[in-house]
Design a protein around this ligand. Structure first.
Ligand code: DGY
Length: 310
């Protein structure tokens, strides 16, 4: 029997399968285990089931001599130093596919909400500012027939493109290894909506910086359901404040959560949601199942169903 440390309570029944095979410790707090706690638990563990808010770096791994497998409860695994894990012979798994539709739905919900100014409209009713039917207020942007630029045409990017077809949008996308596409500059210049779906890597860190925002249309809306660090937040605040772009809707920020008083919190025409792209019951329960399947395989020295290293 191996010892597994699961860094949060997870939805669905799949953790019972892990408990049936191994000793399982679950961190039951709402906030992540502090680094010292993660180190202490990791030091005894054969397997870790981590969240994107758990930083798994070389320093932590140095404290985990028994570790054979890390199963990350997310499709993104930028919280894990993959090279450090691989060089220590530790398998790392993620949870793709099961959250594709939920995340694409949220990206589209944000696109619609920002375009049609839903937060402002809802707030106006809440504060008693719905005086009558007004021809000129609030005036949002037309989604039907608009141009959507998708940065990162992976699983989620493709699922967003499918949804855009229903709105008869023109869809542009950046190049992938499998298909041709537009250079980023051209996509930014031509899109009414820009939706980010690339992974966070050294190459995509601050991909959307001041220069990129300046290339966007003045009415354009930026949607980010990928990772906060892909967008330079200081540059975004400026672009929203001086009208370089029309608006933004972010499900991910840097840092998460945005602390009280963070300049972005008071930026105009901005929607922020608390990283809920995959937050449907079905998607999250499937993520639990996949994370458990990955961990069970890794602990038995088998290839994980979704392993991201060799
Ligand atoms: C992921 O899976 O990477 C999301 O950000 C959380 O579901």
């Amino acid at each position: 029997m191996a010892l597994c440390f699961v860094t949060r309570q997870l939805p669905g029944p799949a953790l019972d399968q892990l408990r049936a095979a191994h000793d399982v410790e679950v961190w039951t707090e709402r906030l992540p285990p502090p680094p010292a706690e993660l180190r202490a638990r990791g030091a005894r563990a054969d397997g870790l089931l981590t969240l994107l808010s758990d930083r798994v770096d070389a320093e932590l791994l140095d404290h985990c001599p028994r570790l054979k497998a890390i199963s990350n409860y997310a499709v993104g695994y930028d919280n894990i130093d993959l090279e450090a894990a691989t060089s220590r012979g530790i398998r790392v798994g993620n949870t793709p596919e099961v959250l594709t539709d939920a995340t694409a739905d949220l990206a589209f919900a944000l696109l619609l909400a920002a375009a049609r100014m839903l937060p402002q409209a809802i707030e106006s009713v809440r504060v008693g500012d719905w005086l009558t039917w007004e021809p000129g207020h609030p005036l949002g942007h037309e989604v039907h027939g608009a141009t959507l630029g998708i940065v990162g045409l992976g699983r989620i990017g493709r699922a967003v493109a499918q949804r855009a077809q229903g709105f008869e949008m023109t869809v542009l996308h950046t190049r992938t290894s499998m298909s041709t596409g537009e250079p980023l500059e051209l996509l930014l210049e031509q899109s009414d909506f820009v939706s980010l779906h690339c992974p966070l890597t050294p190459q995509t860190h601050h991909l959307i910086d001041r220069a990129a925002l300046a290339q966007m249309r003045p009415n354009a809306i930026l949607i980010n359901t990928a990772r906060g660090q892909i967008v330079d937040h200081a540059a975004l605040r400026e672009a929203l404040t001086d009208g370089t772009i029309g608006g933004a809707a972010l499900d991910v920020t840097d840092p998460e959560p945005l602390p009280a008083g963070h300049p972005l919190r008071s930026a105009p025409n901005l929607i922020v949601t608390p990283h809920i792209g995959s937050a449907t019951r079905v998607a999250r329960e499937r993520m639990t199942q996949l994370a458990v399947d990955n961990l069970l395989a890794g602990l038995e020295d088998r290839q994980m169903p979704h392993q991201v290293n060799r």
